[in-house]
Design a binder for this molecule. Structure first.
Ligand code: CS2
Length: 448
């Protein structure tokens, strides 16, 4: 089963499953997340779709057939039906950071209205339709326990450090509110795997539909554009089995953390920096942004800070940086910065603040992470990409006033251990002024 089917899943987990040598034994029962239209688009084409791999010099097209069913997010009958079946072996998720419904302490945000509604609904009726991901999973496990369907693995595929334990925490928190005995059942029956996922996958536009029609001669309502690079690093137990993913390029390890930090800090951290800072400069896509020497310098400055803190060998870090630049420069992948800008409240704390914290602990105050923080604050104050955030009203309210005030207020919520720190606040103000000095300059340049 997959929760939160979107373009990323279709370029990643579904591709690896398609290419496993035992693919014929498996199918993915997918449920939509924030984009219900995926189910509508894929139903008439039996879940088949075209993956368009955008090489720097041309496209490759492949029909992917591993989605055996695509259901709407609220189809609880189908959802519970799969969980009652012992054949259902793995649940993967791409529900985004915000889908975990975590508070800043990593535990379930039990005060959230949707979480509260799910808890009440499940208490009244264990097969109720739920709305949040932890609520759905708890409802699903109640059904699986009742059916005696046995072991299953949960394998999160979201950009969060230690996503397996992170997801387990919120599911256990919610189960405790609904039926504490379920926690014991989960201890005996549920394995929580962890994974690092990576493949840059923009949203679909008419250009992709047109490219499929023109070069393949058929209509696909929902093709997926993606980059050539792909990586999936997985750790965990699969007591009910899994596709032989290691044969289709998945790296199976004991500990995902070094890979995940490298990706989350180097790739996602620089993505977030560009999403805020480069949209203020006036860029729309990653490829435009990285071609601007100022933005490139900002990105490299961030990498110079984050890289040395990674636990992988520094030669690997250098190779990873070079590969990232090549991926970013691939202008055939039109990756919109506004898409990456969404949900900064969930992203900045895991992508940027850890390196800033390590630097402050060592008595240093480098520009790289400070600039990312300053750019996020300016974004929340109305500069650059529009604000779209799971905690929009909170973060926009906290960002009001001067940049210094906003820094203090946002850090109080997302990094209180970093405060008080007048030097840091002053540095954020200085970096924000530097970014504003470049505001709109890309648009003013001839030929842009
Ligand atoms: C991006 C990621 O939107 C974002 O926040 O940083 O979706 C990124 O493209 C993927 O993690 C790449 O694997």
């Amino acid at each position: 089963m997959h929760l939160g089917v979107g373009n990323f899943t279709r370029a990643h987990q579904a591709w690896y499953t398609e290419h496993a040598p035992d693919a014929d034994d498996w199918g993915i029962a997918a449920f939509t997340g924030r984009r219900p239209d995926t189910a509508e688009a894929l139903a008439p084409q039996d879940g088949l779709y075209t993956l368009i791999t955008r090489q720097a010099d041309g496209d490759e097209f492949e029909v992917i057939s591993s989605l055996s069913a695509v259901h709407a997010a609220d189809d609880s009958e189908a959802f519970l039906g799969y969980l009652r079946a012992p054949e259902t072996a793995v649940i993967t998720t791409t529900v985004t950071e915000a889908g975990y419904m975590r508070g800043p302490d990593g535990h379930l945000d039990a005060d959230d209205e949707h979480v509260r509604a799910d808890v009440e609904a499940l208490k009244a009726d264990p097969s109720a339709t739920t709305r949040t991901t932890p609520g759905k999973v708890v409802g699903g496990f109640l059904a699986r326990r009742e059916a005696g369907a046995g072991a299953i693995t949960v394998l999160p595929c979201d950009n969060l450090p230690e996503n397996g334990p992170a997801f387990r925490t919120v599911v256990v928190d919610l189960a405790e509110l609904v039926d504490p005995a379920l926690v014991g059942w989960m201890d005996d029956n549920v394995a929580w795997a962890t994974s690092m996922v990576d493949r840059i996958t923009p949203a679909t536009t008419d250009a992709e539909r047109g490219a499929v029609a023109e070069s393949q001669g058929y209509d696909d309502a929902s093709p997926v554009p993606t980059e050539p690079f792909s990586e999936w690093v997985v750790a965990g137990d699969f007591p009910a089995g899994r596709p032989s993913w290691e044969e289709s390029g998945v790296t199976i390890v004991d500990d995902v953390e070094p890979f995940e930090q490298r990706k989350l800090w180097m790739l996602n951290g620089s993505h977030s920096l560009m999403a805020y800072a480069a949209t203020i400069v006036g860029h729309e896509t990653v490829a435009d942004a990285i071609a601007d020497p100022t933005v490139r310098r900002w990105v490299e400055a961030w990498w110079d800070v984050a890289g040395p803190h990674l636990s992988v060998p520094q030669d690997d870090v250098a190779a990873y940086r070079a590969a990232l630049l090549e991926r970013y420069f691939n202008a055939r992948v039109r990756h919109l910065l506004a898409q990456i800008a969404a949900d900064g409240s969930q992203k900045i704390p895991v992508r940027i603040l850890p390196a800033l914290r390590l630097e402050r602990a060592a008595g240093r105050l480098p520009d790289g992470p400070v600039r990312a923080l300053a750019a996020w604050i300016l974004h929340l104050q109305g500069h650059g990409a529009p604000v779209k955030d799971a905690r929009e009203s909170d973060v926009v309210a906290a960002a009001q006033g001067t940049v210094a005030e906003a820094t203090e207020k946002l850090l109080t919520t997302f990094g209180a251990d970093l405060l008080p720190d007048d030097e840091l606040v002053a540095a954020v103000v200085a970096r924000s002024e530097e970014i504003l000095a470049h505001e709109g300059t890309a648009k003013a340049r001839p030929g842009h």
